[in-house]
Design a protein around this ligand. Sequence first.
Ligand SMILES: Cc1cc2nc3c(=O)[nH]c(=O)nc-3n(C[C@H](O)[C@H](O)[C@H](O)COP(=O)(O)OP(=O)(O)OC[C@H]3O[C@@H](n4cnc5c(N)ncnc54)[C@H](O)[C@@H]3O)c2cc1C
Length: 406
Amino acid sequence: MRHVIIGAGAAGLTAARRIRELDSTAEIVVISRDEHVHSRCMLHKYLSGERDERTLNFVSPDFFEKNRITWIKSAEVQAIVPDRKNVVLGDNQMVCYDKLLIATGADSFIPPVGDFRTAGNVFGLRNLSDAQEIVKHIKPQGKVIIVGSGLVGMDAAYGLLEKKMDVTVVEMADRILPIQLDEAAGNEYKKLFEKAGCKFILNRKASETILDSQNNVSQLILDDKTVLDCDVIIVAAGVRPAIACTIESGIDVEKNIKVNEYMETSVRDIYAAGDVAGMSGIWPNAMKQGCTAAENMCGNRTAYEDTYAMKNTINFFGLVTLSLGRGQVQEGDKVVIREDSKCYKRAIIREDKLDSVLLQGNMDYAGVYQYLIKNNIKLKAEDDIFKKSFADYYKVRTDGQYEYNL
Ligand SMILES: Cc1cc2nc3c(=O)[nH]c(=O)nc-3n(C[C@H](O)[C@H](O)[C@H](O)COP(=O)(O)OP(=O)(O)OC[C@H]3O[C@@H](n4cnc5c(N)ncnc54)[C@H](O)[C@@H]3O)c2cc1C
């Protein structure tokens, strides 16, 4: 049996490892555009100089050899041909498969603002190659503009502030980390970033660019005509599932590759897992999906169950925040806020059920809140979600183990 996996990220390599555990004789081939295996979650540490190509690696140096996996690296799959059961690489080389896993992740979305898509000094931050280009282009104490203050944008700012760069973040919302946090929680991070030298321009959009003679953006113009000088621009305006190789393959794709609970695509013997399957954009879920795909590729019918993806953990400057649920307040919601000098908590209760929780500075009962949200559990009218004790949530089973009592 020949398993081919496109992608050497969280989903792809977890799948490869699991297939080897399940089948000692299978042939396993991993193809990746990446030249180095790397953790995307750690790219800010490459920007700061704290890690290099070797220490970003999240598998052991002998991973491929030990697991007898053939790794075709720095190679892009251009097309998938299900009729012939092969994939076509950029140099027209064809690789045949019995079972194929598409674990291609996502690509940075660069909006069509001025010359963003063609200038030489505008980058996304998704791959090590992006971080390598950014590091190549920054000058000591140079001016970096980051467009977008989501998790990736703030990761980039964090790494570059460590390097003493002059960092300005431009955000079109009225607060930073607008998808994950409310104003109060976002402001705590804003203050910490400002203390480290970061500048913020909120409520503004990037609108035009001025190029120098080398096709680099030397000035960014905002929608209120503010002009900002820059050496490098990092665009952190979201990602799109990396589906280019599926075009004309017949695989059912909308924004992402559609999969069922077994991680099967609409085409027989082709599976998808990780960010490209669009169920989640976080590392642990990509790993679990890769593992589920591997089970099914090896004939163990296994459903993917961890479909709860609305979860983000943020840690900048030692301040930890967990955001669970959708986090958007709607008319009719009850919003409960508790804060003291050490922590900030917000719960959104919709139709007597916990819809979302934000915990900053203190993660107590995070597991319980997730359980309540995930399982749509009705709260009692008199319940104060932040005033419950351990005994309200758990009971002891006859074998002495704790279990939820909700
Ligand atoms: C800066 C940053 C910080 C992040 N921080 C966190 C965090 O703190 N916590 C968290 O949970 N998540 C974080 N994430 C998200 C997390 O990294 C992703 O959810 C995870 O990497 C998804 O894994 P994946 O295997 O689906 O895709 P990826 O890890 O993106 O891997 C995709 C692989 O596919 C390859 N590939 C793509 N197209 C092709 C092609 N056509 N041919 C060949 N190879 C191809 C790529 O080279 C790569 O090897 C962060 C992401 C970024 C960018």
